[in-house]
Design a protein. Structure first.
Length: 306
């Protein structure tokens, strides 16, 4: 089976170069598709001169999920994988991806080793249940799909600035597709937050706002106003409020800031839910993705074979 690795990027030339170095070393036979947002740091020139990439897609849109979807459209592989611009695949990654999918898996993910505070942390499989649906989450910067699966999903939801991988996990669960977890599918990542530098000045103003807008959106879109989805949203709200409340009690946060945070969280959660319910009405199929690859809302500026 032929593997394509999609690497979305925006203004991260040096980190991207390190990621491409690892792909050249550990995935020499894979098709490498770099999808470049409107970078202004010389990323395009670096990609053209690097030996790893096979395709460069140039976009005018900053949204990460638009970049992912443009990569899907450009990919030729039977397997379509995603690696973030800050991640370096490790030895055995490619063999694990191809082997697991050849054995019958539809989606596979694995651990991200994060470089933080001079050390490395890792993660295990995260799961959740909403009613009868069991969700297996994956990191959007370390995941691989069969082409038929990613096409059935219609890629990622471009309405979202963050949380689209979690949304896709809910949609996969709704299709009874299992996300396989493989410890050998390891990437090493420098701890960064890719969502922050992709937000335009006219977009949602804080990462907390993005988080709760995304939460409301994916619950509204995938479950409607069912009791369990409402309970899940309330659980997140209570957790956030309790944490900030303790900060006020310890004197680490002003009470006025706590109230403002609560207002922002609630406003974005409700707006996200409203948008999610609208999206649910637009796409009643199991795909639940009215803003996917097929929408074609942000076509590439240019695509180059390298």
């Amino acid at each position: 089976m032929h593997l394509t690795v999609v690497v979305p990027t925006l203004n991260a030339r040096d980190r991207l170069a390190t990621s491409l170095d690892a792909l050249a070393e550990h995935a020499p036979d894979a098709e490498i598709v770099v999808v470049n947002g409107p970078s202004s740091d010389g990323t395009s020139g670096m990609v053209r001169n690097h030996p790893a990439p096979d395709v460069l897609v140039e976009l005018s849109e900053r949204n990460l999920n638009t970049a992912r979807n443009a990569g899907i459209a450009a990919a030729d592989g039977d397997i379509v994988a995603f690696v973030s611009q800050d991640s370096r695949i490790e030895a055995g990654w490619t063999e694990t991806v191809v082997g697991v999918i050849e054995d019958g898996a539809d989606v596979v993910t694995g651990p991200v080793h994060r470089c933080v505070d001079g050390g490395v942390t890792t993660e295990s499989l995260e799961t959740a249940s909403i009613g009868p649906r069991s969700i297996r989450y994956f990191d959007g910067g370390n995941v691989a799909f069969t082409r038929s699966t990613i096409e059935t999903l219609d890629g990622f939801d471009q309405h979202l600035h963050t949380g689209a991988a979690r949304d896709a996990a809910h949609r996969l669960a709704g299709m009874d597709v299992t996300v396989e977890w493989e410890p050998g599918m390891v990437v090493l990542r420098q701890e960064t937050d890719d969502a922050i530098h992709r937000i335009g000045e006219d977009e949602l103003p804080t990462i907390l706002g993005l988080k709760y807008h995304s939460l409301g959106y994916r619950l509204g879109k995938n479950y409607g106003l069912r009791g369990r989805s409402v309970t899940s949203a309330l659980g997140h709200l209570i957790e956030e409020a309790t944490g900030e409340g303790w900060n006020v009690f310890r004197g680490e946060t002003r009470a006025s800031a706590w109230v403002a945070t609560g207002r922002s969280v609630l406003t974005n959660l409700l707006k996200g839910t409203q948008d999610g319910l609208s999206a649910r009405m637009k796409d009643r199929s199991p795909t639940r993705n009215p803003h996917g690859v097929s929408a074609g809302s942000h076509p590439p500026v240019a695509t180059y074979s390298l």
